[in-house]
Design a protein around this ligand. Structure first.
Ligand code: BDR
Ligand code: CA
Length: 313
């Protein structure tokens, strides 16, 4: 199986993605690293430990990530109004017994990439600070890491924080720009794709009726996520952002991709905007666009299969 490290801000859809990963024989989860986003980093770590304990997988290490953005400090956007103040649907689970490892998320990422060069995939489900820190820590990280599959961006569609920006990119646009232009093998799954992957109310009813331990757990925490979506969108259900990105790492052929230079707007009202330049038209003067390494960007998804896999697993 493919070795993966999940960088995560759990988070209801993060929890779903983690469970899907643990149930996917195609991948071996060798660690979780945590980041602020849906909740602050301390709570993200606590939730990551809790989810692994619930799953009976305390053998998987958790490394705590950054508490601040890469250049803009502690002004964080926390999406607890989407996921509940505890990040897991206001269930107030008891604190986990386990502790994170001593190493920071970035140090753990660097270590694992060096240990298994070209063999580790990072599935990044939150703001990209830890990945950018790994790139800063070790200039060889971009080369040694097998692939970075990330949930982030809104390519030629509106964002979800505001019309310009998707939440994970908005969380640390400077880090995102570093990751996209790092030369690593980056595969981005954005809202242009995940807004097609909807778990409907009917799907949730099916989950409620199943006896699966994970299904039962998810149905409890999903209430808050459903309420938010019912209020915020006209869609009849919830978007499966993080599980879609996770499944892109498990089985890339569930999606199709284009490739180009991706840059991120780091200031102003369009802060967090992701622009893909596919090099179809040649521009003479702008080396900031033309000379940068490219990334793969998802353009279509087999949504029914993704939803089915999430339900099954
Ligand atoms: C992303 O933001 C978070 O709220 C979700 O967990 C997902 O990673 C969607 O924009
Ligand atoms: Ca997430």
């Amino acid at each position: 199986p493919k070795k993966i490290i999940i960088d995560t801000d759990p988070g209801i859809d993060d929890a779903m993605a983690i469970f899907v990963a643990l149930k996917s024989p195609e991948v071996e989860v060798i660690g979780l690293t945590t980041i602020y986003g849906n909740v602050y980093t301390t709570l993200a770590t606590r939730n990551a430990l809790h989810l692994l304990e619930f799953a009976g997988r305390t053998d998987i290490p958790v490394a705590e990530g950054s508490h601040v953005t890469i250049t803009q400090g502690t002004k964080l956007r926390i999406a607890d109004f989407v996921h509940g103040t505890d990040g897991l649907g206001n269930q107030n689970f008891p604190p986990p017994n386990g502790k994170p490892i001593e190493q920071s998320a970035a140090a753990f990422l660097v270590e694992q990439a060096n240990l298994y060069p070209g063999k580790v995939t990072v599935v990044a489900l939150g703001p990209l600070t830890n990945i950018a820190l790994a790139i800063k820590l070790d200039p060889a990280f971009a080369k040694n890491i097998g692939q970075i599959v990330l949930l982030g961006g809104a390519f030629a569609v509106n964002g979800n924080v505001n019309p310009a920006a998707e939440a994970n990119i908005f969380g640390d646009p400077d880090a995102a720009d570093m990751v996209f232009t790092s030369g690593a093998d980056v595969l981005a799954v954005g809202l242009n794709v995940t807004h097609q992957v909807v778990l409907t109310d009917a799907d949730r009813d099916k989950l409620t009726k199943s006896n699966g331990k994970f299904a039962q757990y998810l149905c409890k925490i999903l209430d808050v996520y459903f309420s938010y979506h019912h209020d915020a969108y006209s869609t009849k259900g919830v978007y499966l952002h993080d599980p879609t990105a996770l499944l892109a790492a498990v089985n890339p052929s569930l999606l199709t991709y284009t490739e180009g230079v991706v840059r991120v707007q780091t200031s102003g009202i369009t802060r967090g905007l992701t622009i893909l330049y596919n090099k179809q038209k040649r521009f003479g003067e702008v080396t900031e666009w033309c000379d940068k390494p490219t990334a793969k960007v998802a353009v279509t998804v087999d949504a029914p299969t993704v939803v089915n896999l999430v339900m099954e697993r």
